[in-house]
Every structure is written in C-alpha cells, then in structure tokens.
Design a protein around this ligand. Structure first.
Ligand code: DP6
Length: 356
C-alpha cells in the first residue's frame, strides 16, 4: 500500500520593513509591502508532516502534539483547501496520478524553539504547512505561488517560503494574485550579516498582530502617511542596500522602520504599546554603540528591530557580534548566556531590568 506522506520545515523571519495593516482581511492583502530576513539557524524552525489517507474521516491538525481545531472558513481550512485545489488541477490534467486530493489529511507541526522564546510561530508554522502539503501533493508550483497560499494563513508566513532577504510585494489586484513573496537576495549573497534575538519577555503578547493592525487601519492617520509616503521609498532603498551589502544604509532603514511601526501602534486608538522599558534600554544601548562608532569616523555597527512584542532582534556584521554580546551582558547582568552567539544567527536571552 502506498503511503502518501511528506515532511517540510520552514524558519522564522524577522521584518526590516514591517507589514502592519490589511486592505483585505479575508485574503490577507497588506496595505504596504514589507521585507524581511529569514533566519537560518536550525533551532528556529517549524517542521510539519502531512499525510493523506482514504481511511481518514476528516482533516485534523496537531500543534506541538496537541490537537488544534480546523475551523470552517478559518485560515487553516483555507490553506488546506487551496493546496487540495492545486493537487486537483494536476490530477485533472494527468489521469495517471492517484486522486489523493479527495483524501482527508492529518497534519502534525512542531516548533523546535520553545514557545517561551516569545517568537511568533505563525510565520514559520504556515510556511511549513504549505511546504509540506506541496511536497505531499508533488506540486510543481513555484515558491512565490505557494507564498500566495501561505499568506492566507498569516501574512508574514509568505516570506518564510524563501531563505535570505525576501520582499512581500503588496500587489494591486483585488483577488490577491499579485500579492506574493519574492527573493531579493539569497542568504549566501550576504553571509556576514547576523542576528541576535534578545528575549526580553517570553509571555504571550497583549494585543495580537491581527487585531492590533486592524485597529491601526481603522484609527491611525499616521498609517496612511506611512503607506503612501514612506514605505515605497524604503522598500526600494533597503533592497538596493542589500544588493550592495551596504550595512550602514540597511541598519538606518531597519531602525527607522521599527521606530515608525511602533509610532503607528502608538497612534492607534486606544494606543498599543509593544515595547517595554527593557526594550527601550536596548535601543539606547545600540544608539550609543552606533554613536561612538560614527564619532570615530566609522559607520553604523548594529541595527535593532522590534515586532509586536518587547523582544529585540539585533542585526549586525559578524565581526561586531562578540562586542554586542559583551555589551548586553554588561548592562543586563541577568541575561542568560547566549545560546549560540556565533552561529549564523544567535539567540540570546535578556531578562530583567537594566542596571544603571
Ligand atoms: C509586526 O503576519 O502575524 O511581525 O497576517 O494577521 O497573521 P496576520 O499578522 P502577522 O503580522 C506580523 C506583524 C509584524 C511585522 C512583520 O512581520 O512584517
């Protein structure tokens, strides 16, 4: 008997130009384009196995071993339905293919990073889900085409289908057919850039991205300015900086965009605060670190960025990582030892308060 089963994995990505706002909440079409770096460290991944079998009574899904409901019309159901439809198209074209699109699927997904790391797992989770179904159904579909389906699971997931530097083009069409991820540059193009993840707080965030960004769309005038007058230029400038391996420009834009995303959250009614005192102290540390470097006639040495929570991600050229780790450990003595600071992308623990 043939077993129809496939496993795929996808890593977390961290945006430099933030996605924040939907123009279509059902299709998950964003109000602006975004750009991220897919982390390539082995321990920040979701791995998903999908199996299709005629004996299955319904589609089912387990997350880290616990069954999760697949709500009708929900994001999971949409992704599974879209992937089955692609398989069905193949079967209709080639009658020799087994008709497994009729079978129900069982899907098991695991994150190899602790949920306690405070990292959003929806991006890697939906990317791995779509990738595993694509492997199960042996689809010849390109990554960009698959990204359109992952996007409907969680917007940021579309970017995790690629490694390296990835843009999510917002697209113009109402059906979302041109809202997809494209590679800006592969990881090998700029291996010198590393990321440190500083876990400031591992509790679940107060306002989810989904509801927070919707409130921003409804109430923030600053978001409209950002969409029209800021992001398009930043997307072009940061892509150029990546292609030129220009860390100074990359860092400047990354920090500006993180700042504006948090400003837009603050401009929301009622306001949303994602960063805390420790997050702000890490910003001050990086600003000072860069100021000293520039004063000495050098360039920016590190860039911070924050998503919808207090944890910092610091991008820096490899040669600066050791110094940054030492600075963080000095100012945040409660910091756990960095797990792997000199791997391609190190994950760090930073807990507790700042010592003056
Ligand atoms: C701040 O992709 O989690 O991390 O599409 O509603 O699932 P949904 O939102 P999600 O939002 C991510 C927001 C962000 C910025 C980013 O990753 O670009």
């Amino acid at each position: 008997m043939t077993v129809y089963q496939a496993t795929a994995s996808a890593p977390v990505n961290i945006a430099c130009i933030k996605y924040w706002g939907k123009r279509d909440t059902k299709l998950i079409l964003p109000t602006n384009s975004s750009l991220s770096v897919t982390l390539d460290q082995d321990h920040l991944r979701s791995t998903t196995t999908s199996r299709a079998d005629p004996s299955f009574q319904q589609d089912r899904l387990w997350l880290n071993g616990t069954e999760d409901e697949i709500k009708e019309g929900g994001r999971l159901a949409t992704c599974i339905r879209e992937m089955k439809a692609l398989r069905k198209q193949l079967e209709d074209k080639d009658s020799s293919l087994p008709k497994i699109s009729d079978y129900h699927v069982h899907i098991s997904s695991r994150n190899n990073f602790p949920t306690a790391a405070g990292l959003a797992s929806s991006a890697s989770g939906f990317a791995a889900l779509v990738a595993s179904l694509a492997a199960l159904y042996q689809l010849p579909t390109s990554r960009s085409d698959l990204s359109r389906i992952a996007r409907q699971g969680s917007g940021s997931a579309c970017r995790s289908l690629f490694g390296g530097f990835v843009a999510w083009q917002k697209g113009e069409r109402a059906d979302g057919s041109d809202s997809l991820a494209v590679e800006v540059a592969p990881r090998e193009h700029w291996p010198d850039i590393h990321a440190l993840i500083c876990v400031v707080n591992d509790e679940k965030k107060g306002t989810s991205s989904t509801s927070g960004m919707q409130r921003t769309v409804e109430t923030s005038p600053l978001l409209q300015h950002r969409i029209k007058h800021v992001v398009p230029e930043r997307m072009a400038a940061i892509s150029k900086a990546i292609l030129a391996r220009d860390f100074d420009t990359f860092a400047r834009i990354t920090m500006q965009d993180s700042n504006q995303f948090h400003a837009v959250a603050l401009d929301t009614e009622p306001p949303i605060f994602y960063m805390n005192d420790v997050s702000r102290a890490i910003i001050a540390l990086i600003v000072e670190y860069n100021r000293v470097a520039v004063e000495k006639g050098g360039k920016l040495k590190a860039a911070y960025t924050y998503d919808a929570g207090p944890n910092a991600v610091i991008y820096a050229p490899k040669e600066n990582i050791k110094e940054i780790v030492e600075l963080i450990v000095k100012y945040f003595p409660q910091a756990e030892n960095f797990k792997d600071p000199f791997g391609l992308f190190g994950a760090a623990g930073v807990q507790g308060k700042v010592v003056e």
